[in-house]
Design a protein around this ligand. Structure first.
Ligand code: MG
Ligand code: MG
Length: 255
């Protein structure tokens, strides 16, 4: 069941999305060699609290999870793809960091992710991150009325595959609204012209997750949350919450 949002609801979602954008910007600003993931989580908490927002991540416990999620951000470093728990790990020179963050404000949720490096970056990591961002941009460009979910999936997947990267099989984007995860699923690979038709008022999280090794499989840490590449290669994640409108895609989680 896909909920179509009114223009006013989308404006309210934009307010939630702006909080996410500010939290991610603050985390990125604070991230440097020697800073712990827990400290980054505290930075994000400060932004959420200051804005009067709550976290849809904190305490989240889907069926697969053995424990509720303990942070307001997912912090996934190097070979961690997504869902990394922000713990006492300190960032090292050249680390590739993916931060996913959500905010709930006025009952509406925003959801976005960024990837970046700390210290001296590896050129291969920069290329991976740039490709994740390009895949996200291609997916957003395809999020227009008249297209279908498969057009977004195809746009994202084409950019990733052309660069030789792998795509997570079981994880992808989703509808967003009063809950973080709503219908429809938005895969990161698919066939153009297939799937649900896109209509104004649909709000989707589009989120390519790329693995440098080109493999599509992953394994889960003993913590029950952190997903890692099987071959140890690095991964990048980029995400925006996007509203489909008659005037084109509206990014709700931009600054
Ligand atoms: Mg997210
Ligand atoms: Mg998401």
């Amino acid at each position: 069941m896909v909920e179509i949002k009114t223009e006013q609801s989308i404006d309210e979602m934009r307010a939630a999305g702006r909080v996410v954008a500010r939290a991610l910007a603050a985390v990125r600003d604070a991230a440097r060699v020697g800073v712990s993931l827990l400290e980054l989580d505290r930075v994000a908490r400060g932004v959420l609290t200051g804005a009067g927002a709550s976290s849809p991540f904190l305490g989240y416990r889907p069926q697969f999870a053995p424990v509720p999620f303990p942070g307001v951000i997912c912090a996934s470093v190097n070979d961690a793809i997504v869902h990394g728990i922000p713990d006492g790990r300190r960032l090292s020179d050249g680390d590739l960091v993916s931060i996913d963050c959500g905010a709930r404000l006025g009952g509406w949720v925003g959801d976005a992710a960024v990837s970046f490096t700390v210290g001296r970056p590896r050129p291969a990591d920069l290329r991976l991150i740039e490709t994740a961002e390009a895949a996200l941009a291609a997916g957003i460009a395809a999020a227009v009325p008249g297209n279908r979910i498969g057009d977004i999936a195809h746009a994202v997947g084409t950019v990733c595959r052309a660069a030789g990267y792998g795509i997570m099989e079981d994880f992808g984007g989703h509808g967003v609204g009063r809950s973080m995860h709503e219908d429809p699923a938005v895969p990161n690979e698919g066939r153009p012209g297939r799937g649900m038709a896109l209509r104004p008022g649909m709000v989707l999280a589009i989120e390519p997750m790329l693995t440098a090794g080109g493999r599509d499989d992953y394994r889960c840490d003993a913590d029950g949350w952190t997903l890692r590449t099987v071959d140890g290669s690095r991964a990048a994640h980029a995400e925006h919450t996007v509203a489909i409108t008659a005037g084109g895609p509206r990014i709700l989680t931009a600054l």
